[in-house]
Write a protein that binds this ligand. Structure first.
Ligand SMILES: NC(=O)c1ccc[n+]([C@@H]2O[C@H](COP(=O)([O-])OP(=O)(O)OC[C@H]3O[C@@H](n4cnc5c(N)ncnc54)[C@H](O)[C@@H]3O)[C@@H](O)[C@H]2O)c1
Length: 346
């Protein structure tokens, strides 16, 4: 395979225009060779803007005919499983937006098809490619020793859309954009799948597998708070706090404590493209460490990591098994909140 991965993008709606198309243009080892979207007018505009002539409205023709090794799939949650499966069956590697899918059964099928076809599937939990978090995770993995607690919070801000509009500018729409006919009506499930997935994937990145969860939710009008007690496989404990919405700026972060030190991180609004503000405390040396993060677009970095893993024949991260493990925790949180008891994720 060439040193540049030929990629197509299936779906050029909101997040594609905000983050993925600019990242595809910047990523060193990726070439955007084809675009697919059901909305013809939008497709034409994106083709012109990104100088791509190979355009498709039918995803099956795109998968069969376009000159691509891999597909980025930023479409609504309900389409993640069927389109990823079609892409892998057509011989393409897949980078699919989060959450991996909606149901556990869909995630299991995606893992199965990835194994059968030998095509890799990465879930676009791009916080793993925040250089500040990578610095901190390396300390936890290589130097901190036994973990005692791993906790995080992800609080969507009342200013969310103002952030988006000021950082990303206007997005193009299209009359024929394809959207699911059914919405996820349950507010907790919606929040857990849409936002919680970033928090849980990040906590699993630092803390390893989560074997049980106990979740409570409180709601006042449109304000929702979900708090979970997390039990990690290695015996560490932690909490995950999700809030939609907080009356302050974007508020996301994590803290990790272990026998050899601690980590504190403040995670920025994703489209600011600056690394997390990280403080590592190395207890052996009694010193704090903070990394520089000059190259910090997490969408570009996840794409480059995906492409180099494919080109070099290594496993992508988070891979399909990680996506399934994240989903077990997310649906466990939801079940725990509904049933009012502790849920084992297995
Ligand atoms: N990682 C992040 O920071 C982040 C941020 C926002 C959204 N997301 C995720 O991205 C996903 C997409 O969200 P969005 O708001 O950009 O969606 P969107 O609905 O705005 O855009 C999806 C596009 O895909 C096209 N499409 C869907 N099915 C198609 C098909 N079968 N064939 C051709 N085109 C098809 C639609 O026409 C549409 O233009 C969601 O799952 C969401 O969770 C991630």
């Amino acid at each position: 395979m060439a040193e540049q991965l030929k990629m197509g993008i299936l779906g050029v709606g909101g997040i594609a225009q905000i983050a993925h198309l600019p990242a595809l243009r910047k990523a060193a080892n990726v070439r955007l060779t084809a675009i697919c979207d059901a909305a013809q007018d939008l497709l034409g505009k994106m083709g012109r803007t990104y100088d791509v002539a190979s355009l498709y409205t039918d995803h099956r023709k795109f998968l069969d005919e376009a000159d691509i090794d891999a597909v980025l799939i930023p479409v609504a949650h309900a389409f993640h499983a069927p389109l990823s499966i079609d892409a892998m069956r057509a011989g393409k590697h897949v980078l699919v937006e989060k959450p991996m899918a909606v149901t556990l059964e869909e995630c299991r099928r995606m893992v199965q098809v990835s194994k059968e076809t030998g095509r890799q599937l990465q879930v676009a939990c791009m916080k793993r490619y925040d250089p500040g978090l990578q610095f901190a995770q390396r300390f936890v993995r290589e130097e901190m020793g036994e973990r005692l607690s791993v906790s995080g919070w992800y609080c969507d801000s009342v200013y969310h859309m103002q952030y988006v509009n000021s950082l990303a500018g206007p997005r193009e729409g299209g009359a024929m954009q394809r959207r699911p006919t059914e919405r996820i009506e349950d507010v907790h499930l919606n929040m857990v799948l849409g936002h919680g997935v970033h928090l849980i994937d990040t906590l699993r990145f630092f803390g390893g597998n989560i074997v049980a969860v106990t979740t409570e939710m409180t709601q006042k009008d449109h304000d929702i708070v979900s708090v979970s007690l997390l039990e990690f496989a290695d015996g560490a404990r932690g909490t995950a706090q999700l809030m939609v919405r907080v009356r302050m700026d974007w508020c996301e972060g994590l803290m990790v404590h272990g026998v050899g030190g601690s980590v504190m991180a403040r995670i920025p609004f994703p489209y600011r493209y600056v690394g997390s503000d990280v403080n590592v405390f190395d207890a052996r040396r009694e010193e704090y460490r903070t990394p520089p993060t000059p190259d910090a677009d997490p969408y570009e970095r996840q794409l480059e990591a995906f492409a180099s893993a494919i080109i070099e024949g290594r496993s992508v991260s988070p891979n399909a098994e990680d996506g399934l493990a994240d989903q077990r925790v997310l649906l466990g949180m939801h079940e725990s909140q509904k049933l009012g008891r502790r849920i084992e994720t297995a």
